[in-house]
Design a protein around this ligand. Structure first.
Ligand code: SAH
Length: 261
């Protein structure tokens, strides 16, 4: 969980007072709450990595300067939320997510590397996939997984299906009306640019070295491939998954923009 200080700044963005010593007359030993600096901080030049939001009073010339746009540092649950209320905020968020139920299942049981799994977990959470299927739930406690997932596993349903159980799992999902889509370069795969995803889509990603094994290829309803231009044989598996997850999400967003939705 990310901690928010009483100043509503995410902990990792907090700058200690000592860092300002070189630029201001604030002595580091003085308590920050009580010291009023004689330095006009506004006269200091911001560096390339910082900029000031001067609100809507910018002149036309100023607003066309290279700083006309700013990076958003999003805290999904909003600013000014006391830590004690975060639980309620997350309950509310879960309820909202429940209303727009995603039907996308991402199956990553064949993936070996914790970095790929962790990154995929983050991507699935960001785009609201219904569930991420992993070969073992123990993978989640791996440090490399957690480094890449940035806590996404806490907000995304994870299900364990071991590689040996995948055949049965895919058959079960087909019986539930899911289209089982292999993400793989195959002789007869469809081009991602042309493919229209069904609402109930299941993506099966391949192993980093071996891809999707032949016995599971038999189970696929279809296979989708990302067209490549370069000389390298294939994409990284997390990148491949992310591109298909985004394309599914994009198509769902377009559907929801239609009047009938
Ligand atoms: N068949 C590959 C396997 C390695 S890539 C090979 O032997 O070179 C690992 C996984 O990334 C694949 O199984 C697939 O799920 C995905 N992948 C990589 N490049 C892809 C592409 N261009 N289109 C679709 N999936 C891809």
């Amino acid at each position: 969980m990310v901690h928010v200080s009483s100043a509503c700044i995410v902990e990792e963005e907090w700058i200690s007072l000592g860092k300002f010593e070189d630029f201001t007359d604030i002595p580091s030993k003085v308590g920050s709450q009580w010291y009023i600096s004689g330095t006009a901080l506004g006269e200091l030049n911001p560096g390339d990595r910082s900029q000031q939001d001067r609100g809507p009073t910018l002149s036309e010339a100023e607003s066309q300067s290279e700083w006309a746009d700013v990076q958003k540092k999003i805290i999904p649950w909003g600013h000014n939320t006391p830590e004690s209320d975060l639980e309620l905020v997350f309950q509310d968020r879960a309820a909202k997510l429940g209303k727009s139920i995603s039907r996308l299942i991402v199956v990553a049981s064949l993936i070996d590397k914790p970095t790929n799994l962790g990154g995929l977990c983050r991507t699935c959470e960001v785009f609201g996939a219904a569930v991420l299927v992993v070969g073992s739930l123990q993978r989640v406690s791996d440090r490399q997984f957690q480094h890449l997932s940035v806590s996404a596993e806490q907000w995304l349903p994870l299900v364990e299906v071991r590689p040996a159980q995948l055949m049965d799992y895919l058959q079960q999902k087909k019986a539930e009306g899911y289209t089982v889509i292999g993400v793989e370069q195959m002789a007869r795969s469809s081009d991602l640019a042309q493919y229209r995803f069904p609402d109930k889509s299941l993506l099966l990603l391949g192993n980093e070295r071996e891809g999707i094994p032949a016995n599971l290829i038999q189970q696929l309803d279809m296979c989708v491939e990302i067209p490549q231009q370069g000389v390298i044989r294939s994409l990284n598996v997390h990148v491949s998954g992310a591109l298909l997850i985004w394309e599914y999400t994009r198509q769902q967003l377009l559907k929801c923009a239609e009047p009938a939705c």
